[in-house]
Write a new protein. Structure first.
Length: 185
């Protein structure tokens, strides 16, 4: 019986060893599967991070492109600004010359020549987008007018421009020089 018992014990021990080996194999397989799942999760996180980084870079690039396009459009729109700003005193001087009353024939001929030059210069400037700012009789607007005096006229409302002392100009929608005006108190 001892041989049978040994055999049974041996069988039990062998069965136990096989069970332990099977359990160890399952544990090793589970560890390998867990490591693979962990690695997959890490790679998926990296992919998501890279996709988010790509989207941020793409948005930055789109914003930069849009900003550059707007800058180019503004540059093109206001390309004549510096030239027109330099020409404003010339227009003022020609306008003052046209305010002088002429009496003799020689002065009339000179006057007409100055008037033609003034009209041509003004027409060329208007082609580039120069506009005269309306002043006299208008309501005072600090965006377009600079009040340098106040006068009293009981026939007109308060805040109405009575006189224009210097013409104001704008280039398209940008004020180059506000009109210097006298406003009713």
């Amino acid at each position: 019986m001892t041989e049978t018992t040994k055999t049974t014990e041996e069988l039990q021990q062998e069965a136990t060893e096989e069970t332990v080996e099977a359990t160890e194999t399952e544990v090793v397989e589970e560890i390998v599967v867990d490591e693979k799942e962990l690695k997959i999760a890490e790679l998926e996180a990296k992919i998501a991070e890279e996709e988010a980084r790509y989207l941020r870079l793409r948005a930055d690039y789109d914003n930069l492109s849009r900003r550059n396009r707007l800058d180019r459009e503004a540059s093109e729109k206001y390309r004549a600004q510096s030239l027109l700003t330099e020409l404003l005193p010339v227009l003022d001087n020609l306008d003052r010359a046209l305010q002088v009353e002429v009496t003799n024939e020689e002065a009339v001929a000179l006057f007409k020549g100055v008037e033609m030059v003034y009209q041509q210069l003004l027409a060329a400037a208007e082609k580039e987008g120069l506009e005269l700012i309306a002043a006299e009789g208008e309501s005072f607007d600090p965006n377009f007018h600079q009040a340098v005096m106040q006068e009293q006229d009981s026939e007109k409302e308060t805040g109405i421009i009575l006189r224009e002392l210097q013409k104001g100009y704008k280039l398209k929608d940008r004020v180059l020089r506000p009109s210097m005006v006298s406003v009713n108190e």
